[in-house]
Design a protein around this ligand. Sequence first.
Ligand SMILES: Nc1ncnc2c1ncn2[C@@H]1O[C@H](COP(=O)(O)OP(=O)(O)O)[C@@H](O)[C@H]1O
Ligand SMILES: [Mg+2]
Length: 235
Amino acid sequence: MLLSVEGLHAHYGKSHILHGVDLGVEDGAIVSLLGRNGSGRSTTLRAMMGIVPPSAGKVVLEGRDLTGLRPYTVARAGLGYVPEERLAFPNLTVDENLQMGVQPGRAGETPWTVEDMYGYFPRLRERRATKAGNLSGGEQQMLTMCRSLLGNPRVLLIDEPTEGLAPKIVEVVMEVILDIQRRGVAVVLVEQKLTIALKVAHKVFVMGHGEIVFEGTPDELRERPEIRRDWLEVS
Ligand SMILES: Nc1ncnc2c1ncn2[C@@H]1O[C@H](COP(=O)(O)OP(=O)(O)O)[C@@H](O)[C@H]1O
Ligand SMILES: [Mg+2]
């Protein structure tokens, strides 16, 4: 496994939210993390990044134990993160935001460049001199995703990237995610739209009440209507 999460627990104050989450991400794979609102998907990503310090368990990337390290160190070690709240620097321009995200790539690998990002999202090129605070929600989303990618991560954790986007942009975002994977970056995708999540994922984890309640391929999930009914569909 490229990335493994073992028995992860996390709390917000006294609320015990994650109850021993286990996840494995193989090199170059797209893994979807599904579940209803409040099931703990975002907290899992935050605990992996060290934003919410795990109270027990382990996060290991390429054999390196990242548990409990600071978010900055975790990012440097190769975990990229696109949070659900899009965190562009509002007073910096699009171009400045992108330049700030640039980290050297690994030896022997072609790093992502700001030009690559403008290639994916011509809209960002048009707005390169605009302050991020003046962008639409969708544009900020693209910007945050690009900035994380420019950090040249080994694994990119993306929290609901298509939330609130127009259908046409959703398609572009999904194309970019597939392209990221083709270029060798593994992806952990939290995605509300089940059809999309199943279409792109190699492996699916379903969360319920802070635990993994199903793990398998998209086809295996399709064969388990009760998992969808009990843990995914809104009742
Ligand atoms: N900052 C926070 N402080 C306290 N409780 C939180 C916080 N963020 C999330 N929670 C709670 O943790 C649980 C899991 O939330 P979250 O990980 O955001 O779920 P998901 O991303 O699957 O919708 C929910 O019950 C939510 O109310
Ligand atoms: Mg969430």
